[in-house]
Design a protein around this ligand. Structure first.
Ligand code: SF4
Length: 418
């Protein structure tokens, strides 16, 4: 079998044995019309209830003033780690990344098909109550978060903080303010900061400003692996404002301003791209000096893709392993081989070497910006952001023996008998 040349390959739909999500089967549903009285967070803004401390999703208090930069939302895992919320996470004591989201009563103004924060949801759910990457995001005063972390930043469980900008006219200015408040009190060498940017409204100057204010890594959530998929899931296809070319423009600015290994792209696997396409993109990013941060597609409840299948584990494991080899082991995509449907059939290194890398287990951990352990272990572990704990896609902890046995089965690479 040889490397395929084509960019997209039609595949059969409805075949139970299919071990990947083909393009034709992954069509988002169309967004419905939002009633006028709910557009732009109108019914929330019609209230005048002042926010009081922490807001837990589904408290149903319509607090129009609960917005950035005074307020941010943070992941359930970060809230548990900070001690703001009670709870436990399967297999992990804490998260190593303090993931923050800017927040506004009218929410994100984009409409990405796979996202729980998308604009079309204003028809049925207030922004502060929306699920995102499978979990709730409580809203908390930024000053309270800084007070807790600043008490002892050097021994904080967090190895990194990340500001997710979302798409909103105020998101640049508020990102600068949140970043400045943080770096005023917390040494960015003790807890480095990443920016998950919103390229659609950003300029080169904005990228530079995040660097000047102390950001360490700048990432772009490309999410879709091809221009066609991007348009279908985040652009014209769902009445959303994003453009593939603008995302690349800002990513290349970040490369220039932040430098090698300090920029990257988020990519969701299993939205209809082939394994060949996504791994070519990973190679392109490696060649530019950047990194790819991978997510396994999961049908987020309430999103325009919530009726579609999660990425089969076979497809996900093949891409996860191949991406790790490209990103951290110097293997090139040209060394790998693919079948006629774009699936990886050969990882381009000897079987014994591959077996050792699988055994190490790091390839199957959540990928993202690095923490303090080692370069290929992400601080951003996003516990169960792309799967339930019963069928883990990205491991937020070091996979154990039983996990590796399962992973090998999913990869269809049995243990070599010695
Ligand atoms: S821009 Fe980001 S937060 Fe907004 S809908 Fe798209 S993926 Fe979700």
């Amino acid at each position: 079998m040889s490397c395929i040349e084509h960019k997209t390959q039609p595949a059969p739909i409805g075949d139970d044995a299919l071990d990947f999500n083909p393009f034709d089967a992954m069509e988002p549903r169309a967004p419905l019309k939002t009633p006028t009285d709910r557009k732009n967070g109108k019914h929330v803004k019609a209230n005048d209830i002042p926010p009081q401390g922490v807001y837990l999703p589904n408290n149903n208090i319509l607090a129009p003033h609960m917005k950035s930069p005074e307020y941010v939302q943070l992941s359930t895992a970060a809230a548990i780690t900070l001690g703001i919320m009670g709870g436990r996470m399967y297999g992990c004591e804490c998260t190593r990344c303090l993931n923050l989201l800017l927040t506004y009563p009218e929410g994100c103004r984009a409409n990405c098909a796979y996202c729980g924060l998308a604009r079309h949801r204003e028809a049925e759910r207030d922004y502060a109550d929306r699920n995102f990457i499978r979990v709730d995001w409580p809203a908390v005063p930024m000053a309270d978060i800084i007070d807790i972390v600043a008490k002892d930043a050097a021994s904080s469980p967090f190895h990194r903080m990340c500001i997710s900008m979302i798409t909103h006219p105020r998101s640049e200015d508020d990102t600068f303010t949140v970043l400045e408040q943080w770096t005023d009190r917390i040494d960015p060498d003790a807890i480095p900061v990443s920016i998950l940017s919103n390229p659609t409204t950003m300029s080169r100057e904005d990228v530079k400003r995040t660097k000047d204010l102390g950001a360490d890594i700048f990432t772009v959530a490309l999410d879709a692996a091809t221009p066609e998929l991007f348009d279908r899931t985040r652009g014209k296809g769902v009445q959303s404002p994003h453009k593939w070319s603008k995302y690349w423009e800002i990513m290349l600015e970040a490369r220039d301003i932040f430098g090698p290994q300090k920029f990257g792209a988020h990519i969701i696997v299993g939205m209809g791209e082939t394994e060949y396409e996504v791994l070519n993109l990973v190679q392109e990013l490696v060649d530019l000096g950047g990194h790819s941060h991978m997510f396994c597609f999961f049908p987020e409840q309430g999103s325009l893709m919530d009726h579609l299948p999660a990425t089969p584990r076979d497809q996900w494991r093949r891409v996860q392993l191949a991406r790790y080899l490209l990103d951290y082991r110097g293997v090139r995509v040209e060394q790998m081989r693919f079948d006629e449907l774009g699936r990886v059939t050969d990882y381009g290194i000897p079987a014994s070497e591959l077996a050792d890398i699988i055994e190490e287990g790091i390839a199957f951990r959540t990928s993202g910006c690095p923490g303090k352990f080692q370069d290929d272990i992400s601080a951003c572990d996003r516990p169960y952001g792309d799967s339930p704990p019963s069928d883990i896609a990205s491991y937020p902890f070091q996979p154990k023996k039983k996990d590796l046995k399962r992973i090998r089965k999913q990869l269809d690479i049995p243990v070599t008998l010695e």
